[in-house]
Design a protein around this ligand. Structure first.
Ligand SMILES: Nc1ncnc2c1ncn2[C@@H]1O[C@H](COP(=O)(O)OP(=O)(O)OP(=O)(O)O)[C@@H](O)[C@H]1O
Ligand SMILES: [Mg+2]
Length: 319
């Protein structure tokens, strides 16, 4: 395989609360390649956004190392960091929160273009047209303010702004969850097209496995801040190995009611335990139908069970 575009090694992130601290991420390893979509899934509060923010160093790692585009970025000064991660952009769940209500679409794009000096002054107008074209918005929206746009149009503007600096990696943190269902499919198709045409990578965080089935090349499953499974998407959708992943997959609605293949339904019951006081041993053991004595005491390590398919579960200790 080629050199990864980004790498996270043995990442721990500890948050400080009023009177205590807790590990939001523990011993997380991952890497992503140019042109690839790495999907991150897991229940609310399992650390998905913390992982994305750590990669951008918005959150400081307590332990571990971060690499982007051939450079270690773990402890760069903020000035060095800004330069080193220029090729990494993020789009968020709520475009309203990241757009300035008093700035036109053109203003947002101009600001991003001039700050990053990606186009010469005389070519900015032309470049804005090109960006709007790329996200399939008519040029007439350039003069509009965010309140004049629909949710889908605003998210397209956020995408155009992120693309304006010609990123190699676009981190998408639940970019579809605030959108009307009717525009979700259009944005997914747009992201896929942009990736095919520009060869960029996505780190794509979502609760919606159906979206990842379409977009992701590989999938990473998080539970209470720990990696449970990492695998090529095809493998994990057709044969999830971790009991937690099996339960997640079983929760995807089957689109075809006449489909002959019906995976054995495995349900996880109850709410996840508190990340502030996680269970001993395997953190999933309190909800796992296969838990044994060793699961209660020994945390399983992530191991490669099939080519490029890693799982942290004692069920696979002997394989
Ligand atoms: N700055 C912070 N200080 C303290 N705790 C935090 C902070 N940010 C997040 N947390 C907590 O850390 C845990 C992981 O949060 P994170 O936002 O990464 O989860 P998530 O998987 O993105 O959840 P969601 O799916 O709801 O967006 C949660 O328990 C959250 O409440
Ligand atoms: Mg989040």
């Amino acid at each position: 395989m080629s050199t990864p575009l980004f790498e996270v090694k043995q990442l721990d992130v500890e948050y400080q609360m009023k009177n205590s601290r807790f590990m939001a991420l523990r011993d997380v390893d991952l890497e992503g390649y140019l042109g690839e979509t790495l999907g991150i899934v897991g229940e609310s509060g399992c650390g998905k956004s913390t992982l994305a923010k750590s990669l951008m160093r918005i959150c400081s790692p307590t332990h571990g190392r971060l690499f982007f585009d051939g450079k270690e970025i773990t402890s760069l000064s903020s000035r060095e960091l800004r330069k080193a991660i220029r090729g990494m952009q993020m789009i968020f769940q709520d475009p309203d929160a990241s757009l300035n209500p008093r700035m036109t679409v053109e203003g947002h794009l101009k600001e991003a273009i001039t700050t990053s000096k990606v186009a010469h002054e005389g070519t900015v107008e032309e470049y804005i047209k090109e960006l709007l074209n790329m996200v399939q918005l008519p040029h007439s929206v350039a003069r509009m303010y965010p309140y004049q746009l629909s949710g889908g149009q605003k998210q397209r503007v956020s995408i155009a702004r992120a693309l304006s600096v010609k990123p190699k990696l676009l981190i998408c943190d639940e970019p579809l969850s605030s959108l009307d269902i009717s525009v979700v499919a259009q944005i997914i198709l747009l992201l896929k097209k942009i990736q095919e045409e520009h060869g960029i990578s996505y780190l794509f965080i979502t609760h919606d496995l159906a979206t990842l089935r379409y977009l992701a090349h590989r999938l990473l499953v998080l539970y209470l801040g720990r990696v449970m499974e990492v695998s090529p998407a095809q493998d994990v959708f057709s044969e999830p190995l971790h009991p937690y992943t099996q339960a997640l997959m079983a929760s995807i609605p089957t689109p075809d009611p006449d489909a002959s293949y019906e995976p054995a339904k495995l349900c996880i019951v109850g709410d996840p335990p508190s990340i502030v006081d996680p269970p001993s041993g395997c953190v999933f053991h309190t909800r796992c139908p296969y838990a044994t004595e060793s699961c209660r005491h020994i945390a399983p390590r992530l191991k490669e069970v099939k080519p490029n398919h890693f799982v942290a579960c004692h069920l696979y200790d002997l394989s």
